[in-house]
Design a binder for this molecule. Structure first.
Ligand code: BES
Ligand code: MN
Ligand code: MN
Length: 462
């Protein structure tokens, strides 16, 4: 693969421009106003896979948005890599905080990306990372060095919890059969220190509604005499953590995997500067569960966070009112041995039990999924590490991430294969936030590392 670097060097402007075109389509799966854009993106992805050399590409209908399936089967006796990614993106709001429009991609430099980064919603999560795989396939087919079979399964509903994916996987086990699943939808430590994600947290996402009186009331005439749902909801939410920032839901920590001191010492070796972390977020101190470091808090420990809270009067000026209802959206990130359905039930029971008689409480589960942890003694991990070592010049570090990709546990269960999480984003790339971006260096390094993974995986598979 001597010509890998030169091929990327010669074609990098086109690679960037093609990604920019894809990023212009606002494929926001959460908002039905963009449904045609999501479908158009599926078409664009299909065309890209065809051009990159797939022999068969299909838009597969599901109860929701379609899955784009592509394949290039060169020899049934060779291993098969299944690439998973998503072509849908998060909503762009709050839009006024973007320094350039979210669907008009531009390249700007940042401290982490002195050579430039593409700014657009989905640049890193996940269109840019997904497209690295398309361009890596192009390289391998154009240069006649694709060493194994490849399949693509690209979905358009990841950001809303992949509601149709289990449906699709169950019905297409044969079609999706593979020897390893390759996913670039996570991050790495830094451009100088690559890492391979070996764990993802599970997720339970719920919405709560607290109802007090049957109508909004004058806060002078009724204030102090009836329960104020916003006051009550705030109290209830505050009580979900104790003074050590432990979650108070009974049974929440049952069976939670406790890492050994050796494992925690191993984790602590990853380069990390608390000062830089605080500076990047403009905070004077970090906050979290007592007894754990920042990196432990956001990877190996379960958490509970309010993602949104509303009720009452929030318009201009003042309105003296006691609202009839208060609401919140709450996410719980889970670790191995916590089952998201059990946790959702425990939450519901506990939340109902702590409500005073003066209000009614309704808990509505949204979506969820199991966490994932993978050992590093399999050939998928070893091949990935060999690829990183070659392209970055240093070996990758295994790292458990705090994010969730619930379908990874489903793949293991249904397709019986391991997922290798080769992410090239940085935490500072602002995924899900205003000004999301993806480093040009990262994009091109990804395209360079992927064919090496194919090569080493195929060699080790024999
Ligand atoms: N790509 C992210 C997950 C991610 C990002 C994992 C960075 C590790 C590092 C994915 O698109 C995502 O946003 N997942 C959601 C969950 C999903 C069910 C909506 C999440 O983690 O909030
Ligand atoms: Mn993603
Ligand atoms: Mn995401």
């Amino acid at each position: 693969m001597e010509n890998l670097k030169s091929y990327i060097g010669l074609n990098k402007d086109r690679f960037i421009n093609e990604l920019i075109e894809l990023l212009k389509i606002p494929s926001i799966s959460a908002d039905s106003a963009y449904s045609q854009d999501v479908l158009n993106t599926a078409d664009a992805v299909k065309e890209a896979l065809e051009k990159a050399g797939c022999d068969l590409v299909e838009i597969c209908d599901t109860p929701g948005y379609p899955i784009v399936y592509g394949e290039k089967i060169i020899d049934a006796s060779l291993p098969t890599v299944l690439v998973y990614g998503h072509y849908d993106v998060q909503p762009a709001d709050p839009i006024e905080l973007w320094t350039s429009p979210p669907f008009e991609p531009v390249i700007k430099t940042t401290p982490a990306h002195p050579e430039g980064a593409i700014f657009a919603r989905g640049a890193c999560d996940d269109k840019g990372q997904m497209y690295m795989h398309v361009k890596a396939l192009e390289y391998m087919t154009v240069n006649g060095n694709l060493p194994c079979n490849v399949k693509f399964m690209l979905e358009g509903e990841e950001e809303i919890g992949s509601p149709s994916l289990a449906w699709f996987v169950e019905r297409n086990q044969e079609k999706l059969s593979n020897d390893v699943i390759l996913i670039s939808d996570t991050g790495m430590i830094s451009n100088a220190q690559p890492s391979i994600t070996t764990g993802l947290r599970g997720l339970s996402y719920v919405e709560v509604e607290v109802t007090g009186p049957n109508r909004d009331l004058h806060s002078g005439l009724y204030g102090g005499a009836v329960a104020n749902p916003i006051n009550i909801l705030s109290k209830m939410i505050a009580s979900l953590h104790d003074e050590n920032n432990h979650i108070t839901i009974p049974g929440f920590y049952d069976g939670v995997e406790e890492l050994t001191l050796e494992e925690r010492a191993e984790m602590a070796k990853a380069p990390f500067s608390l000062e830089a972390y605080k500076n990047a977020l403009n905070i004077d101190d970090v906050y979290g569960e007592n007894g754990y470091t920042t990196n432990e808090r956001n990877s190996i420990r379960p958490t509970l966070d309010v993602n949104g809270i509303w009720g009452g009067y929030t318009g201009e000026g003042a309105k003296t009112v006691i609202a009839s209802k208060a609401h919140a959206k709450i996410s719980m990130r889970l670790v191995p041995n916590q089952d998201w359905k059990v946790i959702t039930e425990l939450f519901t029971k506990h939340f109902e039990s702590i409500a005073p008689k003066s209000v009614k409480v309704k808990v509505t589960p949204h979506h969820g999924g199991q966490g994932y942890v993978t050992p590093i003694d399999n050939i998928g991990y070893k091949a990935a590490n060999k690829a990183y070592t070659q392209s970055f010049g240093v070996p990758a570090i295994p790292q458990r991430s705090g994010g969730s990709i619930p379908i990874v546990a489903l793949f293991e269960q249904e397709l019986k294969s391991k997922s290798i999480l080769m992410g090239f984003g940085l935490d500072s790339d602002a995924i899900h936030s205003p000004n999301e971006h993806f480093g040009v260096f990262n994009y091109l390094k990804g395209i360079e590392t992927i064919p090496l993974f194919y090569k080493y995986f195929t060699e080790m598979f024999k």
